[in-house]
Design a protein around this ligand. Sequence first.
Ligand SMILES: Nc1ncnc2c1ncn2[C@@H]1O[C@H](COP(=O)(O)OP(=O)(O)OP(=O)(O)O)[C@@H](O)[C@H]1O
Length: 452
Amino acid sequence: MDSILLIEDRPGLRQVYAEFLRNLGYMVVEAGSVEDAHKAMAVREFSLVLTDYMLPGANGMDFLKQLKERDPDYLVILMTAFGEIKLAVEATRAGAFDFLEKPIDLDHLKIVIERALEHRRLRRKDTFHEAQSVTESEEIIGQAPALKAALAMAKKVAPSDANCLLLGESGVGKELFAKYIHGNSRRAVGALVSINCAAIPGELIESELFGHEKGAFTGAVGKKAGLIEMADGGTLFLDEIGEMPLSLQPKLLRVIQAKEFRRVGGSRTLKSDIRVVAATNRDLKTGTREGWFREDLYYRLAVFPIDIPPLRDRRGDLPLLISAILRQARFGHADISPKLLAQLQAYHWPGNVRELKNLLERAIILSQGQPLDVNHFPANLFDSAENVGLRFHLDLNRSFKDNLSRLEGQLERTMIELLLKEESGHRERVARRFGVSVKTLYNRIKALGIQC
Ligand SMILES: Nc1ncnc2c1ncn2[C@@H]1O[C@H](COP(=O)(O)OP(=O)(O)OP(=O)(O)O)[C@@H](O)[C@H]1O
Protein backbone atom coordinates (compact mmCIF):
# COMPACT_ATOMS: atom_id res chain seq x y z
CA MET A 1 0.00 0.00 0.00
CA ASP A 2 1.36 3.46 -0.85
CA SER A 3 1.95 5.72 2.14
CA ILE A 4 1.69 9.50 2.28
CA LEU A 5 3.14 11.90 4.82
CA LEU A 6 0.78 14.87 5.02
CA ILE A 7 2.20 18.05 6.57
CA GLU A 8 -0.32 20.81 7.20
CA ASP A 9 -0.45 23.00 10.32
CA ARG A 10 -4.19 23.77 10.18
CA PRO A 11 -5.92 20.80 11.85
CA GLY A 12 -9.26 21.27 10.04
CA LEU A 13 -7.71 21.30 6.58
CA ARG A 14 -5.35 18.47 7.47
CA GLN A 15 -8.29 16.31 8.49
CA VAL A 16 -10.13 16.98 5.22
CA TYR A 17 -7.10 16.02 3.09
CA ALA A 18 -6.25 13.02 5.27
CA GLU A 19 -9.76 11.60 5.13
CA PHE A 20 -9.95 12.14 1.37
CA LEU A 21 -6.64 10.33 0.85
CA ARG A 22 -7.52 7.47 3.19
CA ASN A 23 -10.76 6.94 1.29
CA LEU A 24 -8.65 6.57 -1.84
CA GLY A 25 -6.86 3.67 -0.14
CA TYR A 26 -3.60 5.36 0.91
CA MET A 27 -1.95 4.97 4.29
CA VAL A 28 -1.70 8.52 5.65
CA VAL A 29 0.44 9.83 8.49
CA GLU A 30 -0.36 13.38 9.62
CA ALA A 31 2.14 15.97 10.84
CA GLY A 32 1.41 19.53 11.99
CA SER A 33 4.99 20.81 11.76
CA VAL A 34 8.35 20.12 10.17
CA GLU A 35 9.52 18.75 13.50
CA ASP A 36 6.66 16.21 13.59
CA ALA A 37 7.42 15.33 9.98
CA HIS A 38 11.07 14.58 10.78
CA LYS A 39 9.94 12.37 13.67
CA ALA A 40 7.59 10.41 11.40
CA MET A 41 10.29 9.99 8.79
CA ALA A 42 12.76 8.69 11.34
CA VAL A 43 10.63 5.59 11.88
CA ARG A 44 9.33 4.86 8.41
CA GLU A 45 9.71 5.67 4.76
CA PHE A 46 6.89 7.21 2.72
CA SER A 47 5.99 6.80 -0.92
CA LEU A 48 5.19 10.52 -1.11
CA VAL A 49 5.29 13.73 0.96
CA LEU A 50 2.46 16.25 0.59
CA THR A 51 3.40 19.44 2.40
CA ASP A 52 2.07 22.92 2.97
CA TYR A 53 4.45 25.76 2.01
CA MET A 54 3.92 27.95 5.07
CA LEU A 55 4.68 25.94 8.19
CA PRO A 56 5.41 27.08 11.75
CA GLY A 57 9.10 27.60 12.22
CA ALA A 58 10.09 26.77 8.63
CA ASN A 59 8.95 27.16 5.07
CA GLY A 60 8.13 24.33 2.72
CA MET A 61 10.95 25.24 0.34
CA ASP A 62 13.66 24.79 3.00
CA PHE A 63 12.04 21.57 4.06
CA LEU A 64 11.94 20.38 0.44
CA LYS A 65 15.66 21.16 0.05
CA GLN A 66 16.48 19.25 3.25
CA LEU A 67 14.52 16.25 2.02
CA LYS A 68 16.18 16.28 -1.39
CA GLU A 69 19.59 16.51 0.20
CA ARG A 70 18.80 13.48 2.28
CA ASP A 71 17.40 11.52 -0.62
CA PRO A 72 17.11 12.99 -4.15
CA ASP A 73 14.45 10.40 -4.98
CA TYR A 74 11.93 11.73 -2.46
CA LEU A 75 8.59 12.56 -4.12
CA VAL A 76 7.37 15.88 -2.75
CA ILE A 77 4.23 17.83 -3.64
CA LEU A 78 4.00 21.38 -2.27
CA MET A 79 0.75 23.21 -1.46
CA THR A 80 0.61 26.97 -1.10
CA ALA A 81 -1.97 29.67 -0.54
CA PHE A 82 0.04 32.29 -2.37
CA GLY A 83 -0.06 30.98 -5.89
CA GLU A 84 3.05 32.80 -6.92
CA ILE A 85 4.40 31.53 -10.18
CA LYS A 86 7.95 32.35 -8.97
CA LEU A 87 7.52 29.98 -6.08
CA ALA A 88 6.30 27.21 -8.37
CA VAL A 89 9.37 27.55 -10.59
CA GLU A 90 11.70 27.56 -7.58
CA ALA A 91 9.95 24.51 -6.10
CA THR A 92 10.25 22.56 -9.35
CA ARG A 93 13.92 23.50 -9.64
CA ALA A 94 14.50 22.31 -6.10
CA GLY A 95 13.06 18.94 -7.10
CA ALA A 96 9.36 19.11 -6.14
CA PHE A 97 7.27 16.75 -8.23
CA ASP A 98 4.38 19.25 -8.42
CA PHE A 99 2.97 22.40 -6.91
CA LEU A 100 -0.69 22.89 -5.95
CA GLU A 101 -2.51 26.13 -5.29
CA LYS A 102 -4.94 26.46 -2.40
CA PRO A 103 -7.86 26.07 -2.19
CA ILE A 104 -6.97 22.59 -3.35
CA ASP A 105 -9.29 20.96 -5.83
CA LEU A 106 -9.53 17.42 -4.44
CA ASP A 107 -10.03 15.80 -7.86
CA HIS A 108 -6.90 17.53 -9.07
CA LEU A 109 -5.03 16.41 -5.93
CA LYS A 110 -6.06 12.81 -6.66
CA ILE A 111 -4.73 13.00 -10.23
CA VAL A 112 -1.43 14.62 -9.20
CA ILE A 113 -0.83 11.99 -6.51
CA GLU A 114 -1.64 9.11 -8.87
CA ARG A 115 0.72 10.59 -11.47
CA ALA A 116 3.50 10.99 -8.90
CA LEU A 117 3.15 7.42 -7.64
CA GLU A 118 3.04 6.04 -11.18
CA HIS A 119 6.23 8.00 -11.92
CA ARG A 120 7.83 6.39 -8.84
CA ARG A 121 6.76 2.91 -9.95
CA LEU A 122 8.10 3.40 -13.47
CA ARG A 123 11.38 4.75 -12.16
CA ARG A 124 11.77 1.72 -9.91
CA LYS A 125 10.93 -0.61 -12.76
CA ASP A 126 13.56 1.13 -14.91
CA THR A 127 16.21 0.73 -12.23
CA PHE A 128 15.22 -2.86 -11.93
CA HIS A 129 15.33 -3.43 -15.68
CA GLU A 130 18.79 -1.95 -15.85
CA ALA A 131 19.95 -4.17 -13.02
CA GLN A 132 18.27 -7.39 -13.97
CA SER A 133 17.38 -7.25 -17.68
CA VAL A 134 14.34 -9.46 -17.33
CA THR A 135 13.24 -11.13 -20.50
CA GLU A 136 9.70 -11.45 -21.76
CA SER A 137 7.91 -14.48 -20.43
CA GLU A 138 8.52 -17.51 -22.62
CA GLU A 139 6.41 -20.55 -23.28
CA ILE A 140 6.92 -23.63 -21.13
CA ILE A 141 7.32 -26.48 -23.58
CA GLY A 142 6.61 -30.13 -22.84
CA GLN A 143 3.92 -32.79 -22.87
CA ALA A 144 5.40 -35.27 -20.39
CA PRO A 145 2.92 -36.06 -17.58
CA ALA A 146 5.34 -34.90 -14.83
CA LEU A 147 5.87 -31.54 -16.57
CA LYS A 148 2.16 -31.12 -17.23
CA ALA A 149 1.45 -31.81 -13.55
CA ALA A 150 3.97 -29.11 -12.56
CA LEU A 151 2.38 -26.68 -14.99
CA ALA A 152 -1.13 -27.46 -13.72
CA MET A 153 0.05 -26.77 -10.17
CA ALA A 154 1.65 -23.47 -11.26
CA LYS A 155 -1.58 -22.47 -13.01
CA LYS A 156 -3.56 -23.07 -9.82
CA VAL A 157 -1.17 -21.34 -7.48
CA ALA A 158 -0.36 -18.31 -9.69
CA PRO A 159 -3.48 -16.18 -8.97
CA SER A 160 -3.60 -17.14 -5.27
CA ASP A 161 -0.75 -14.91 -4.06
CA ALA A 162 0.65 -17.81 -1.99
CA ASN A 163 4.41 -18.20 -1.74
CA CYS A 164 5.75 -21.22 -3.59
CA LEU A 165 8.80 -23.38 -3.76
CA LEU A 166 10.10 -24.68 -7.10
CA LEU A 167 12.10 -27.87 -6.83
CA GLY A 168 14.38 -29.22 -9.50
CA GLU A 169 17.88 -29.57 -10.87
CA SER A 170 19.79 -26.76 -12.47
CA GLY A 171 18.47 -25.79 -15.91
CA VAL A 172 15.09 -27.55 -15.65
CA GLY A 173 13.20 -24.28 -15.97
CA LYS A 174 12.67 -23.06 -12.40
CA GLU A 175 13.12 -19.43 -13.39
CA LEU A 176 10.81 -19.95 -16.36
CA PHE A 177 8.14 -21.25 -13.95
CA ALA A 178 8.71 -18.25 -11.67
CA LYS A 179 8.07 -15.95 -14.66
CA TYR A 180 4.94 -17.91 -15.48
CA ILE A 181 3.61 -17.63 -11.90
CA HIS A 182 4.37 -13.90 -11.75
CA GLY A 183 2.91 -13.27 -15.22
CA ASN A 184 -0.33 -15.03 -14.33
CA SER A 185 -0.85 -13.29 -10.99
CA ARG A 186 -2.42 -9.98 -10.06
CA ARG A 187 1.16 -8.80 -9.48
CA ALA A 188 2.00 -9.01 -13.18
CA VAL A 189 1.86 -5.20 -13.44
CA GLY A 190 4.61 -5.01 -10.82
CA ALA A 191 8.20 -6.15 -11.19
CA LEU A 192 9.58 -9.67 -11.07
CA VAL A 193 12.90 -9.27 -9.28
CA SER A 194 15.34 -12.19 -9.24
CA ILE A 195 18.38 -12.97 -7.17
CA ASN A 196 20.51 -16.09 -7.28
CA CYS A 197 21.67 -16.66 -3.72
CA ALA A 198 24.46 -18.99 -4.87
CA ALA A 199 25.94 -16.46 -7.28
CA ILE A 200 26.46 -13.69 -4.72
CA PRO A 201 28.89 -13.94 -1.80
CA GLY A 202 26.99 -14.45 1.49
CA GLU A 203 28.11 -11.13 2.96
CA LEU A 204 26.71 -9.18 -0.02
CA ILE A 205 23.31 -10.88 -0.16
CA GLU A 206 22.00 -8.82 2.75
CA SER A 207 22.60 -5.42 1.18
CA GLU A 208 21.45 -6.67 -2.25
CA LEU A 209 18.17 -7.85 -0.77
CA PHE A 210 17.48 -5.30 1.94
CA GLY A 211 19.41 -2.30 0.59
CA HIS A 212 21.62 -0.12 2.75
CA GLU A 213 21.76 3.35 4.20
CA LYS A 214 24.54 5.81 3.44
CA GLY A 215 27.65 4.91 5.44
CA ALA A 216 26.29 1.51 6.55
CA PHE A 217 29.66 -0.03 5.69
CA THR A 218 32.88 0.97 3.92
CA GLY A 219 31.96 1.71 0.32
CA ALA A 220 28.30 2.52 1.05
CA VAL A 221 28.66 6.06 -0.29
CA GLY A 222 24.96 6.56 -0.87
CA LYS A 223 21.66 5.08 0.12
CA LYS A 224 20.64 2.07 -1.99
CA ALA A 225 17.25 0.44 -2.30
CA GLY A 226 17.39 -3.35 -2.13
CA LEU A 227 15.65 -5.88 -4.35
CA ILE A 228 12.88 -6.31 -1.75
CA GLU A 229 11.94 -2.66 -2.21
CA MET A 230 12.13 -2.96 -5.97
CA ALA A 231 9.77 -5.92 -5.84
CA ASP A 232 7.11 -3.96 -3.87
CA GLY A 233 3.76 -4.89 -5.40
CA GLY A 234 5.46 -7.60 -7.46
CA THR A 235 7.27 -10.91 -7.00
CA LEU A 236 10.68 -11.72 -5.57
CA PHE A 237 12.29 -14.80 -7.12
CA LEU A 238 14.88 -16.28 -4.77
CA ASP A 239 16.87 -18.78 -6.78
CA GLU A 240 19.02 -21.29 -4.87
CA ILE A 241 17.30 -20.37 -1.60
CA GLY A 242 19.25 -23.21 0.08
CA GLU A 243 22.35 -20.98 -0.14
CA MET A 244 20.70 -18.16 1.84
CA PRO A 245 22.93 -17.53 4.90
CA LEU A 246 21.29 -18.76 8.11
CA SER A 247 21.79 -15.32 9.71
CA LEU A 248 19.57 -13.68 7.06
CA GLN A 249 16.75 -16.20 7.19
CA PRO A 250 14.90 -14.53 10.13
CA LYS A 251 14.99 -11.18 8.26
CA LEU A 252 13.53 -12.82 5.20
CA LEU A 253 10.84 -14.50 7.27
CA ARG A 254 9.89 -11.10 8.71
CA VAL A 255 9.41 -9.64 5.22
CA ILE A 256 7.26 -12.59 4.23
CA GLN A 257 5.14 -12.53 7.39
CA ALA A 258 4.92 -8.88 8.39
CA LYS A 259 5.99 -7.30 5.07
CA GLU A 260 8.51 -5.27 7.09
CA PHE A 261 12.27 -4.92 6.92
CA ARG A 262 15.16 -2.57 7.61
CA ARG A 263 17.98 -1.56 5.34
CA VAL A 264 21.51 -2.48 6.41
CA GLY A 265 22.64 0.28 8.78
CA GLY A 266 19.12 1.69 8.97
CA SER A 267 16.89 2.19 11.98
CA ARG A 268 13.63 2.82 10.11
CA THR A 269 11.17 0.05 9.46
CA LEU A 270 10.19 -0.06 5.79
CA LYS A 271 7.27 -1.84 4.19
CA SER A 272 7.25 -3.91 1.05
CA ASP A 273 4.41 -6.02 -0.24
CA ILE A 274 6.10 -8.96 -1.96
CA ARG A 275 5.24 -12.47 -2.95
CA VAL A 276 8.12 -14.91 -2.72
CA VAL A 277 8.74 -17.63 -5.26
CA ALA A 278 11.79 -19.59 -4.17
CA ALA A 279 13.70 -22.31 -5.99
CA THR A 280 16.14 -24.95 -4.88
CA ASN A 281 17.96 -28.05 -5.90
CA ARG A 282 18.74 -28.93 -2.28
CA ASP A 283 16.61 -30.81 0.19
CA LEU A 284 15.52 -28.03 2.54
CA LYS A 285 13.72 -30.45 4.83
CA THR A 286 17.06 -32.15 5.49
CA GLY A 287 18.46 -28.65 5.95
CA THR A 288 16.05 -28.04 8.82
CA ARG A 289 17.30 -31.22 10.51
CA GLU A 290 20.96 -30.44 9.84
CA GLY A 291 20.54 -26.87 11.00
CA TRP A 292 21.36 -24.91 7.84
CA PHE A 293 17.76 -23.97 7.02
CA ARG A 294 15.22 -22.55 9.46
CA GLU A 295 12.14 -24.66 9.95
CA ASP A 296 9.74 -21.68 10.24
CA LEU A 297 11.01 -20.28 6.92
CA TYR A 298 10.79 -23.71 5.31
CA TYR A 299 7.11 -24.10 6.27
CA ARG A 300 6.36 -20.57 5.02
CA LEU A 301 7.86 -21.32 1.64
CA ALA A 302 6.87 -24.92 1.17
CA VAL A 303 3.12 -24.28 1.22
CA PHE A 304 3.12 -24.98 -2.51
CA PRO A 305 6.03 -27.13 -3.60
CA ILE A 306 6.22 -27.69 -7.36
CA ASP A 307 8.47 -30.48 -8.66
CA ILE A 308 9.96 -29.78 -12.07
CA PRO A 309 11.26 -33.00 -13.67
CA PRO A 310 14.78 -33.30 -15.10
CA LEU A 311 15.07 -33.54 -18.87
CA ARG A 312 16.39 -37.13 -18.76
CA ASP A 313 13.05 -38.16 -17.21
CA ARG A 314 11.10 -36.61 -20.07
CA ARG A 315 13.19 -37.41 -23.12
CA GLY A 316 9.98 -37.70 -25.14
CA ASP A 317 9.79 -33.88 -25.01
CA LEU A 318 13.12 -33.51 -26.83
CA PRO A 319 11.67 -33.21 -30.39
CA LEU A 320 9.30 -30.44 -29.23
CA LEU A 321 12.01 -28.59 -27.34
CA ILE A 322 14.52 -28.95 -30.16
CA SER A 323 12.20 -27.60 -32.81
CA ALA A 324 11.18 -24.67 -30.56
CA ILE A 325 14.83 -23.80 -29.92
CA LEU A 326 15.73 -24.05 -33.61
CA ARG A 327 12.72 -21.89 -34.48
CA GLN A 328 13.75 -19.26 -31.92
CA ALA A 329 17.24 -19.26 -33.38
CA ARG A 330 15.61 -18.65 -36.81
CA PHE A 331 17.41 -21.68 -38.05
CA GLY A 332 16.02 -22.83 -41.39
CA HIS A 333 16.01 -26.61 -41.19
CA ALA A 334 14.12 -27.54 -38.03
CA ASP A 335 14.41 -31.19 -39.05
CA ILE A 336 17.36 -32.98 -37.61
CA SER A 337 18.45 -36.43 -38.65
CA PRO A 338 16.93 -39.44 -36.80
CA LYS A 339 20.50 -40.53 -35.94
CA LEU A 340 21.27 -37.23 -34.20
CA LEU A 341 17.89 -37.23 -32.45
CA ALA A 342 18.58 -40.76 -31.17
CA GLN A 343 21.96 -39.60 -29.82
CA LEU A 344 20.38 -36.60 -28.13
CA GLN A 345 17.69 -38.80 -26.64
CA ALA A 346 20.23 -41.25 -25.26
CA TYR A 347 22.26 -38.51 -23.57
CA HIS A 348 21.68 -38.01 -19.82
CA TRP A 349 21.38 -34.16 -19.88
CA PRO A 350 22.97 -33.20 -16.55
CA GLY A 351 22.45 -29.51 -17.41
CA ASN A 352 18.84 -30.08 -18.54
CA VAL A 353 17.10 -27.66 -20.94
CA ARG A 354 19.78 -25.00 -20.48
CA GLU A 355 22.41 -27.46 -21.68
CA LEU A 356 20.22 -28.47 -24.62
CA LYS A 357 19.79 -24.81 -25.62
CA ASN A 358 23.49 -24.05 -25.33
CA LEU A 359 24.52 -27.11 -27.30
CA LEU A 360 22.02 -26.44 -30.07
CA GLU A 361 23.02 -22.79 -30.35
CA ARG A 362 26.67 -23.83 -30.59
CA ALA A 363 25.83 -26.48 -33.20
CA ILE A 364 23.87 -23.96 -35.29
CA ILE A 365 26.90 -21.68 -35.45
CA LEU A 366 29.25 -24.53 -36.34
CA SER A 367 26.93 -25.98 -38.99
CA GLN A 368 27.01 -22.75 -41.03
CA GLY A 369 23.60 -23.38 -42.53
CA GLN A 370 24.17 -27.10 -43.18
CA PRO A 371 21.88 -29.73 -41.59
CA LEU A 372 22.90 -30.37 -37.98
CA ASP A 373 24.84 -33.56 -37.31
CA VAL A 374 26.77 -35.27 -34.57
CA ASN A 375 30.00 -33.50 -35.61
CA HIS A 376 28.52 -30.16 -34.59
CA PHE A 377 28.40 -31.32 -30.96
CA PRO A 378 31.42 -31.55 -28.64
CA ALA A 379 33.56 -34.64 -29.13
CA ASN A 380 32.87 -37.30 -26.46
CA LEU A 381 29.57 -35.63 -25.49
CA PHE A 382 27.62 -38.73 -26.23
CA ASP A 383 30.02 -41.04 -24.40
CA SER A 384 28.79 -42.01 -20.97
CA ALA A 385 30.29 -40.18 -18.03
CA GLU A 386 31.89 -43.42 -16.82
CA ASN A 387 33.71 -43.87 -20.12
CA VAL A 388 34.95 -40.30 -20.14
CA GLY A 389 36.14 -40.77 -16.57
CA LEU A 390 38.17 -43.87 -17.46
CA ARG A 391 40.09 -42.38 -20.37
CA PHE A 392 43.40 -41.91 -18.54
CA HIS A 393 46.81 -41.64 -19.97
CA LEU A 394 49.32 -44.26 -18.74
CA ASP A 395 53.04 -43.82 -19.44
CA LEU A 396 54.65 -47.26 -19.38
CA ASN A 397 58.17 -45.82 -19.32
CA ARG A 398 57.52 -44.38 -15.86
CA SER A 399 57.37 -46.20 -12.54
CA PHE A 400 54.13 -47.56 -11.09
CA LYS A 401 54.22 -44.91 -8.30
CA ASP A 402 54.78 -42.16 -10.81
CA ASN A 403 51.83 -43.33 -12.91
CA LEU A 404 49.69 -43.67 -9.83
CA SER A 405 50.24 -40.04 -8.78
CA ARG A 406 49.68 -38.91 -12.40
CA LEU A 407 46.47 -40.92 -12.44
CA GLU A 408 45.35 -39.32 -9.20
CA GLY A 409 45.85 -35.90 -10.79
CA GLN A 410 43.96 -36.95 -13.91
CA LEU A 411 41.20 -38.50 -11.82
CA GLU A 412 40.85 -35.33 -9.77
CA ARG A 413 40.80 -33.17 -12.90
CA THR A 414 38.23 -35.39 -14.62
CA MET A 415 36.02 -35.50 -11.55
CA ILE A 416 36.10 -31.72 -11.17
CA GLU A 417 35.35 -31.27 -14.89
CA LEU A 418 32.46 -33.74 -14.79
CA LEU A 419 30.98 -32.27 -11.64
CA LEU A 420 31.31 -28.72 -12.96
CA LYS A 421 29.43 -29.88 -16.04
CA GLU A 422 26.76 -31.64 -14.01
CA GLU A 423 26.28 -28.63 -11.76
CA SER A 424 26.36 -26.17 -14.69
CA GLY A 425 29.44 -24.45 -13.31
CA HIS A 426 28.10 -23.82 -9.78
CA ARG A 427 31.35 -24.06 -7.83
CA GLU A 428 29.67 -23.99 -4.42
CA ARG A 429 27.68 -27.09 -5.26
CA VAL A 430 30.68 -28.88 -6.78
CA ALA A 431 32.70 -28.13 -3.65
CA ARG A 432 29.92 -29.56 -1.50
CA ARG A 433 29.75 -32.76 -3.55
CA PHE A 434 33.51 -33.05 -3.48
CA GLY A 435 33.53 -32.56 0.28
CA VAL A 436 35.96 -29.62 0.20
CA SER A 437 35.61 -25.87 0.81
CA VAL A 438 34.95 -23.53 -2.12
CA LYS A 439 38.37 -21.99 -1.55
CA THR A 440 40.10 -25.38 -1.84
CA LEU A 441 38.15 -26.11 -5.02
CA TYR A 442 39.17 -22.73 -6.50
CA ASN A 443 42.81 -23.48 -5.70
CA ARG A 444 42.61 -26.93 -7.31
CA ILE A 445 40.88 -25.53 -10.43
CA LYS A 446 43.68 -22.99 -10.72
CA ALA A 447 46.47 -25.47 -10.01
CA LEU A 448 45.13 -28.00 -12.53
CA GLY A 449 44.52 -25.28 -15.12
CA ILE A 450 40.89 -26.31 -15.60
CA GLN A 451 39.00 -24.02 -17.96
CA CYS A 452 35.54 -23.17 -16.70
N1 LIG B 1 9.97 -26.45 -20.41
C1 LIG B 1 10.72 -25.53 -21.03
N2 LIG B 1 10.31 -25.01 -22.20
C2 LIG B 1 11.06 -24.11 -22.84
N3 LIG B 1 12.23 -23.63 -22.40
C3 LIG B 1 12.68 -24.08 -21.24
C4 LIG B 1 11.95 -25.07 -20.49
N4 LIG B 1 12.64 -25.32 -19.36
C5 LIG B 1 13.74 -24.56 -19.39
N5 LIG B 1 13.78 -23.80 -20.52
C6 LIG B 1 14.83 -22.86 -20.91
O1 LIG B 1 16.07 -23.38 -20.40
C7 LIG B 1 16.88 -22.33 -19.87
C8 LIG B 1 17.17 -22.62 -18.41
O2 LIG B 1 15.96 -22.50 -17.67
P1 LIG B 1 15.88 -21.79 -16.24
O3 LIG B 1 16.90 -20.67 -16.14
O4 LIG B 1 14.48 -21.43 -15.99
O5 LIG B 1 16.37 -22.99 -15.32
P2 LIG B 1 16.61 -23.03 -13.75
O6 LIG B 1 16.01 -24.29 -13.28
O7 LIG B 1 16.12 -21.76 -13.12
O8 LIG B 1 18.18 -23.12 -13.65
P3 LIG B 1 19.16 -22.74 -12.40
O9 LIG B 1 18.72 -23.55 -11.24
O10 LIG B 1 20.51 -23.14 -12.90
O11 LIG B 1 19.03 -21.26 -12.20
C9 LIG B 1 16.13 -21.04 -20.09
O12 LIG B 1 16.59 -20.45 -21.30
C10 LIG B 1 14.69 -21.48 -20.25
O13 LIG B 1 13.97 -20.61 -21.05
